[in-house]
Design a protein around this ligand. Structure first.
Ligand code: UD1
Length: 422
């Protein structure tokens, strides 16, 4: 098992380019299945989750190539609508293929998906949405089979603005007969990116980014070339890393409008942030201030995907901060690991009470999920001494060679691979 080893206590400084958004690339790669031919997607990060998605596309019969940050997928040869269980279990985002495969083949067989263990993560909203579009859904044990000769537009109201369910329904409805509206839709920037991609293939969708999305179904989509938006969570992670190390870092290829709530919180903590087009500069020369209350909620509120990372900054801030997690019920697993490094955090139900300490200390810790792992990296950068992070395959799901990004900013971080005996 690979590990990351970090010698902490060095301020980050310099400039790096932020890679493309995993959470935009995954549904867009799935959506490409709805057009026959070759789609070309630029600014795709080289992540294990992307490899799992292209692996699933190949298992369905597509031909894929990942060169630099460009992925091409030839979907003409796809024949199967059955996603192998071994691949499904590796990544929750495999369910993004339900809508597209149903639209293209009239049938899809999937299994309950895997993914980060951060909560119950049901898929009822996905299934209810597809059923509202006319799909027949049969569940038996772990297996789910959906069928529909032609999906029909419907008015769908989501009980919760689920990102994945909004995306799955949008994709299925893009080729359904008639109009679909999704009310209480999620408003994440990645949903706008999916709308733009689908429209570039000939879909007729408006409203993504608001809570009502309207889709006029079309009978055919055609392949296109598209560029993915920058990853706002990677950008936010790097901003927090710059701040906790009292560094001065310039991030290029960032969309500040996607990070409004995170920037607001960082400014409240006393971090200096300047924005110039798609470049953000972050510096922090003094100890951060506590932030009285942060509540994670769907976009545009503070993202749950930055909750673990901001907790590191608050662990080192002056005063008591409170973080309430409202999106995923199991998302405080990093707290035990941060405590080993000297943080003072008490969890009560879905709230964490963080009393800032003057410093953290290096320790051997374990990444329990993707963003928890990112938080431990940030903690290791700020800590006194050596931090060893285990189970870093979680981190590789969402950060394209995180140690290289941080080394470019002067961090002492390296990946240690196990010695293979012959
Ligand atoms: C997406 C992101 C993930 C992020 C999350 C919330 C991708 C690939 N992943 O995940 O990084 O943390 O949004 O911003 O884009 N829920 C149900 N039933 C459903 C679907 C969801 O009850 O059918 C619940 C979940 O258990 C969770 C909440 O809704 O408590 C939010 O989930 P959702 O917005 O669907 O997140 P994902 O799309 O899985």
């Amino acid at each position: 098992m690979e590990k990351l080893v970090i010698e902490g206590g060095r301020p980050l400084s310099g400039a790096i380019k932020i890679h493309g958004a995993k959470n935009a690339a995954l549904p867009i790669l799935a959506a490409g299945m709805m057009a026959e031919g070759t789609i070309t997607i630029h600014n795709v990060p080289d992540l294990s989750d992307i490899q799992v998605m292209t692996g699933i596309l190949r298992a369905l019969g597509c031909r894929t190539e990942h060169q630099g940050d460009t992925v091409t997928v030839n979907t003409s040869t796809a024949t199967s609508s059955h996603i192998p269980e071994s691949l499904m279990s590796q990544m929750r985002s495999s369910i993004f293929l339900m809508g597209p495969l149903l639209a293209r083949f009239g049938k899809v067989q999937v299994y309950q998906p895997g993914g980060c263990a951060i909560g119950e993560r049901k898929i009822d909203l996905h299934l209810n949405g597809l059923a509202a579009l006319g799909a027949t859904i049969e569940e038996s044990g772990n297996t789910i089979v959906c069928t529909a000769s032609r999906l029909k537009g419907a008015e769908i109201v989501l009980d919760f603005p689920s990102v994945g369910a909004t995306e799955n329904i949008m994709m299925a409805a893009a080729m359904a007969e008639g109009m679909t509206t999704i009310s209480n839709a999620a408003r994440e920037p990645e949903i706008q990116d999916l709308q733009n991609f689908l429209n570039a293939m000939g879909a007729k969708i408006i409203g993504a980014g608001t809570d009502t999305i309207t889709i006029e179904g079309v009978s055919e989509l055609t392949p296109c070339t598209y560029r993915i938006i920058p990853d706002r969570i990677v950008a936010g992670t790097m901003m927090i890393a710059a701040a906790v190390t009292r560094g001065n870092v310039t991030l290029e290829n960032v969309c500040a409008a996607h990070l409004t709530s995170a920037i607001h919180v960082l400014k409240r903590a006393g971090v200096q942030i300047t924005i110039n087009g798609d470049i953000i500069n972050v510096s922090c020369l003094t100890r951060p201030r506590a932030v009285e209350r942060i509540v994670t909620s769907p976009h545009p509120s503070f993202p749950t995907d930055l909750q673990s990372q901001i907790m590191v900054l608050l662990s080192l801030a002056d005063g008591l901060s409170i973080v309430k997690e409202t999106v995923f019920e199991g998302r405080f697993k990093h707290v035990d690991e941060l405590s080993r490094m000297g943080s003072d955090i008490r969890v009560d139900l879905n709230s964490a009470f963080i009393r800032g300490v003057p410093r953290l200390y290096g320790a051997t810790v374990e990444a329990t999920d993707l963003r928890a792992g990112a938080a431990l990296v940030i903690a290791g950068l700020a800590a006194q001494g050596t931090t060893v992070i285990e189970q870093i395959h979680h981190i590789d799901r969402g950060y394209d060679r995180i140690e290289q990004m941080l080394s470019r900013l002067g961090a002492h971080i390296h990946r240690v691979s196990p010695v293979v005996s012959e």
